[in-house]
Design a protein. Structure first.
Length: 538
């Protein structure tokens, strides 16, 4: 390969990394340059400790919940056989289809004082007022942790199940010959081997919880993300908002650092590449029914019951969806499609530039370009708004901030990791000899990409595009901050209507988001199903 394509690829990678780093740098510069004004002393004495403690407690409870549910269900459906285990292997991924803020308003409608659950209890026990009985307060930190655990445990389930599928039959058999019970073998062998993957899943779930705005705002839970919106949008204090955003960013960076160090201390390698998967344990009697209940309960609470409630709300809403709903759909779908096309194109360019060869500086920049997904959407929105607003003030016109271009820019930074990682993995499966053959036929780097790699990457391109498309449809914090005036998407429409307790009206856009969210859930279930079949065949 000539040096020219490599230089172009390195330069393009550096440019993309600079664009990804711009929001983070702008937030950092604005926060540090403002200094600690008197508002810090006031807010530290009032609400800032609540924001910090709320974020920490929410992260802790979500981490614990997703770890227990994700690991336990992944182990049971992978290493055990019981009635319904075949269906539950793919059904346990379904809660990914529901955005967390949709689950929040559905459970609120079910469990609040005027909801059907408390209403039925009052009818049965003849209670008259709220003082006559105690009931769980769903609009609380515990309620937010419950909703987020149901929404995010599939991250741990997917990665833990993948790790269990890759574990060798040899380690399992050695443990059993040492008189370990299946539970003891899980605790002493299987879980330590899978722990690096489990840590990644926990970190992803906690990052989603930390960056969430819909649930914590709906439940009035004091977190840093909620505080960021209050300070920036309600108080109108840009400098202090940037400082809270920087604090939130430091929290996320610390979380990623802890996760990577925890994985680094628990790295394991298989001694053989031909070892077969461990034989499943057949459960009978009460153990089989207990396993069925343990795996079915997260699906029931995280998907079946909310979708049943959502369908009931949609069916019970008398008015027909009007022109406003049609306009919302007409805005959301093209916006998500444009963001997916842009993100996939840039991700493909980055992955192909790495295949051509990059300079050491460009390789480091490529790692920076993949960091955007770890940054909360609210922080990215503030980081994009600061330089775009400065540019608009300099030219005296509203050209960038509050436009669709600002939204697309934020979506690109936020979801580039999804497309880049998917396409990079796809390119790694293409033999380098095909590049050499194309070069001997006189094809340049661009022609080789178009004539050889793109046709072979159709599946990876489609997967990356669908994942980004659905994530953009569900993205809430960045869209709330950066959307143009009077510009509603499906996500913002659901959040706004649910916040006004217009649950029936919010059901239709929420159903569309749910159906769209089923796409990546089905894709991920299918990929794991094929891997499980291949492992059992071996």
């Amino acid at each position: 390969m000539t040096a020219a394509p490599r230089r172009i690829g390195s330069a393009a990678t550096l440019a993309v990394a600079a664009f990804v780093a711009l929001p983070i740098l702008s937030v950092t510069w604005t926060a540090l340059s403002a200094g600690l004004g008197p508002q810090w002393a006031h807010l530290w004495a009032t609400v800032l400790p609540d924001y910090i403690s709320g974020t920490l407690l929410l992260s802790l409870w979500v981490a614990l919940g997703v770890a227990v549910i994700g690991v336990a269900t992944a182990w049971l459906v992978t290493m055990c056989r019981f009635p319904g285990s075949g269906v539950l292997r793919w059904a346990l991924v379904l809660p990914l289809a529901l955005p967390a803020y949709v689950v929040a308003f559905l459970y609120t409608d079910m469990l609040e004082y005027a909801g059907p659950v408390q209403g039925a209890l009052r009818d049965v026990f003849e209670w008259r007022t709220r003082r006559d009985y105690w009931f769980l307060e769903i609009r609380s930190l515990g309620g937010a942790a419950f909703v987020m655990t149901l929404a995010f445990y599939p991250y741990v389930f997917l990665l833990a199940r993948s790790a269990f599928l890759e574990q060798s039959h040899d380690a399992w058999e050695v443990s059993r010959t040492l008189c370990d019970t299946p539970l003891s073998a899980f605790r002493r062998v299987a879980l330590p081997l899978a722990w690096p993957s489990v840590m990644v899943g926990i970190a992803l779930a906690v990052m989603e919880a930390v960056s969430d705005y819909g649930v914590v705002s709906f439940f009035a839970v004091p977190t840093l993300t909620n505080g960021l919106f209050n300070v920036w949008l309600v108080m109108g204090d840009r400098a202090f908002g940037a400082q809270i955003a920087l604090l939130l960013l430091v929290f996320v960076v610390a979380l990623v650092t802890v996760e990577r160090r925890a994985r680094a201390r628990r790295t394991y390698f298989a001694l053989s590449t031909r070892s077969r998967s461990a034989a499943p344990v057949v459960l009978r009697g009460w153990r089989a029914w207990a396993a069925l209940a343990a795996c079915a309960l997260p699906v029931l609470l995280g998907f079946v019951l909310p979708v049943w409630q959502l369908a009931g709300l949609a069916a019970g809403y008398d008015a027909e969806p009007g022109a406003g709903f049609a306009a919302t759909v007409a805005r959301s779908l093209p916006l998500a499609a444009a963001a997916a096309a842009l993100t996939v194109a840039v991700g493909l360019g980055l992955a192909y530039a790495a295949r051509l060869g990059l300079s050491p500086l460009a390789r480091a920049a490529a790692r920076v370009a993949s960091f955007g997904y770890a940054v909360p959407g609210a922080v990215l929105a503030i980081g994009v708004l600061i330089p775009f607003g400065a540019f608009d003030r300099a030219v005296g016109a509203l050209l960038l901030s509050g436009t669709v271009f600002a939204l697309l820019s934020t979506y690109l930074v936020r979801f580039l990791t999804l497309s880049h990682g998917t396409l990079e993995a796809g390119l790694q499966r293409i033999r380098p000899s095909l590049d050499m053959a194309a070069r001997t036929l006189g094809r340049g780097a661009v022609a080789t990409l178009g004539r050889v790699h793109v046709p072979l990457l159709r599946g990876a391109l489609l997967t990356a595009g669908l994942l980004v498309f659905v994530d953009v449809l569900k993205e809430l914090p960045a869209t709330l901050v950066l959307r143009p005036f009077d510009f509603e998407t499906l996500a913002t429409s659901v959040y706004t209507l649910a916040s006004d307790e217009r649950y029936g009206e919010a059901a239709a856009p929420a159903l569309i988001l749910t159906v769209a969210g089923l796409i990546p859930a089905v894709i991920l279930s299918g990929l794991l199903g094929r891997r499980a079949g291949a492992a059992e065949a071996a």
